[in-house]
Every structure is written in C-alpha cells, then in structure tokens.
Design a protein around this ligand. Structure first.
Ligand SMILES: C[S@@+](CC[C@H](N)C(=O)[O-])C[C@H]1O[C@@H](n2cnc3c(N)ncnc32)[C@H](O)[C@@H]1O
Length: 394
C-alpha cells in the first residue's frame, strides 16, 4: 500500500520519501492489529496520532503554525496569551495559588509567551508544569523554551507525562485544543434514535483501510443514548442515517484530573477548543460527522490518508464535557465563545492602546488582523469556545 495523494477527494501534496516510509511502518503495525478483525476507530486514531515511533503527535511529526499543517490560537497571536494573563491576574487576586498546569503544550508557544509576559509583569508563577503525553513534543517544548527564555524562568518549568506524578496545591489549569485531539469513536445512526446506532470500525481490504459497520458494543449504546438524551429534538428532521463521533475518554479523563488536582487550594481550569452544543454537533444535516483531517493547511475528511502524517480531530461536544466534568466533581463556571471571552478581558483596550502607539501602518494592520482572526465569527471567534471549571477542596 502506498499513500494515495488523491484519496481525500482532491490532490494533496505528496509526502517526502522518509515520511512515506514512516507512514508505511505505521500501516504495517495497524494491519497487524487487525489480524483478528477490524480495529475500533478509537484505537486506530490513538495509534495514528500517538504511536511513539510513527504517530503524528507521538513521534513529533506534527508541524504547528503557518509553515505546518494547522495553526492554533496561541500560534496565531500573542493576544490570545494576553487574555490568559488577564485570567491569571483575576485568579491571583481571588487567592488562587500561583501555579500553572498546561495540558498538551504543542510547540510550547503558549507557555513561552505566557511566561515571558508574566516575567515582564513580575508575576511569574511559582511553578509551571506541562503535562504532555508525546515525548517528542516534550523534547521540542524544552528546546524551544531554553532558546526563548532566561534560565531562571525555565527553571520553574517541569514536565510530566501522566497525572499520577503531578505535585499540585491549586492554581490555574489551561488546555488549548487538547480535547479535539483526543481519539474518538465513530458510529452511524438515525439522529436522535440510539437503537439505530452501528459502530464504524476500521478494516483493511488488502489495498487500503476501509470502514466496516459492526454492532455497537454496550459502552457505545450507553454513550449514544446519553447523546440522544441531550438533544431535545433534532433541529433538522433526519432524512437518512448519518455519521457521528464521540469522545469515550471524557469521563475517565476528568475523574483522573479531579483525583490529581485534589488539594488544599482552589483550581481554575480553562478548556479552549472548537466545537458546540450537542444538538449542533449532532445536527441531522452533518451527514459526514465532524471528523476533520489537516495536512499542510488542507482540510479534508478522510482519516485513512497518510496515517501518522496528518492531523485528525473531531468537534468537541461542550455539553458532554460539562456533564463529564460535573460528574467528576468540578463546578461549571461559565462557557462562552472565544470572542465573548476575549472581549470580556482587557485585551480590546490593550489593542486600542497598541494601535495608537504603533507608527508603522503595516504593524497596525497586522495587529488589527490578528485581533479580528481571534474574535470574528467567521474565523475563530464563534467556532472556538472556552469553558471554565472550578475545583475547590479548601
Ligand atoms: C492540537 S495540539 C495543541 C497544542 C497547543 N496546546 C496549542 O494550542 O498550540 C494537542 C496537544 O495535546 C497533547 N495531548 C493530546 N492528548 C493529551 C492528553 N490526554 N494529555 C496531555 N496531552 C495531550 C498533544 O500531544 C499535543 O501537544
């Protein structure tokens, strides 16, 4: 099997030879896992994203930013980080301990900019912990940070790869675009009717990976029933069976987070991601579900293209996130669009001041453009949402 640049439905750029070889090794490993039958999509996605040698994140294949496959808010503009500086001030003023935990730090961009801003404002956290499951990305974050920040600041940063080693007594927790990078299950159903749900697993036909319909296991039935219960009624009456996804890791993830954050002090948790509420995520007219793949800034819907070389994500159902977090013991303290969030901080005033103080028209235009991209509904403003959770064990 060789990577087919046309299988996304249009021509994708062809990967370089070394990348193709890496992808082929991953394909062989996946085919090996299918010896006894099709692989669940959640296992397929976990392997292609997080395999330590050939996975997209696991092996560090991912390239962030303008020259990479996709761009996240902190990679796009420091104004996003400025919003978090505002939140940090609020948290400290409310007596939250001066510690930060960032989950899934990517290239380290957000950590570097945040520590740089807090250092300049003489408000450095006592500690900045990064929980990163990709060893290759943790190494990249360390290298980028050592290059960008003074040693006295880097000294406050530590890395962990699992919740059990977290030393925590309260503080600010941040996760940007982590939930959408978690492996999902895939199913097809008549929207709103859980009894019609069928699992979509991954098979291999000798040439390529193919979708294979299978009976839904009990865990999937329960998850789909919960989805149907959250949709009061479909916004559009279903005409046919459609594809959909859900994140089976939400409940265990929050339970683990809660157990690790339990401390004397208070924790404020900020989750940023793209997604919506249940009725919108599972709209009957989203007949292909919400799975999206990114390769060199080209978006498509075929997760079998270039295994290990492309990103795969799915929309976050924020109602499901709230339910899982509350069930684990967190208090839901607001959920809004990224635009509403940023406009409610002091970032708009900062932008205005900076626009007045910059002489160069090019600099002014660049800053205004960055701000627009973060808040405009047609860009990140409405598609991305922010949820704040609190955990107080004091
Ligand atoms: C889409 S990237 C976002 C990176 C960064 N937060 C940003 O906004 O640019 C997802 C990141 O989360 C990490 N990740 C995914 N699942 C994780 C988990 N369960 N725990 C910790 N990190 C995770 C990935 O390795 C990667 O660093």
């Amino acid at each position: 099997m060789t990577p087919d640049p046309h299988s996304a439905g249009f021509e994708l750029p062809t990967p370089e030879g070394a990348d193709q070889a890496k992808s082929l090794q991953l394909i062989e490993a996946l085919v090996g896992k299918m010896r006894d039958g099709p692989l669940s999509f959640v296992d397929y996605m976990a392997t292609v994203l997080y395999h330590p040698d050939w996975g997209y994140y696991g092996s560090g294949q991912v390239a962030f930013g303008v020259g990479g496959d996709f761009i996240t808010a902190p990679e796009r503009s420091r104004l996003f980080t400025d919003g978090l500086v505002y939140e940090w001030r609020q948290a400290i003023a409310s007596g939250v301990a001066p510690a930060i935990l960032e989950i899934g730090a990517g290239s380290g961009r957000l950590a570097i900019d945040l520590l740089d801003r807090l250092d300049a404002a003489d408000m450095l956290p006592r500690s900045y912990t990064i929980l990163e499951i990709s060893p290759a990305l943790a190494a990249r974050q360390k290298a980028n940070m050592r290059e960008a920040l003074p040693p006295a600041v880097v000294e406050r940063v530590c890395w962990i790869d699992d919740w059990s080693t977290l030393a925590w007594s309260g503080g600010l927790v941040i996760a940007n675009e982590v939930l959408d990078a978690m492996p999902v299950e895939r199913f097809r159903w008549w929207p709103g009717s859980p009894e019609t749900a069928e699992r979509l697993a991954v098979g291999f036909d000798g040439q390529r990976f193919v979708w294979q319909g299978c009976p839904a296991p009990d865990s999937m039935r329960a998850a789909v029933e919960a989805i149907a219960a959250r949709i009061e009624r479909p916004i559009v009456a279903p005409r046919e069976v459609v594809l959909a996804e859900y994140n089976p890791q939400l409940a265990p993830w929050f339970a683990q987070m809660r157990a690790s954050l339990e401390a004397e002090g208070e924790s404020w948790v900020y989750l940023f991601d793209y997604g919506s509420h249940t009725a919108d995520v599972y709209r009957a007219d989203r007949d292909q579900g919400t799975l999206k793949c990114h390769y060199r800034h080209l978006a498509h819907e075929d997760p079998f293209v270039y295994p290990g070389l492309q990103d795969i994500t799915a929309w976050v159902d924020f109602q499901a996130v709230a339910e899982a977090a509350e069930a684990a013991g967190f208090e839901l303290d607001g959920e809004r669009s990224q635009a509403q969030w940023l406009l409610g901080t002091d970032v708009p005033q900062q932008v205005e001041r900076q626009l007045q103080s910059r002489d160069s028209l090019v600099d002014q235009a660049r800053l205004a453009q960055e701000f627009r991209e973060l808040v405009m509904p047609t860009d990140m403003g409405e598609r991305f949402r922010v949820m704040r959770l609190r955990l107080n064990r004091g």
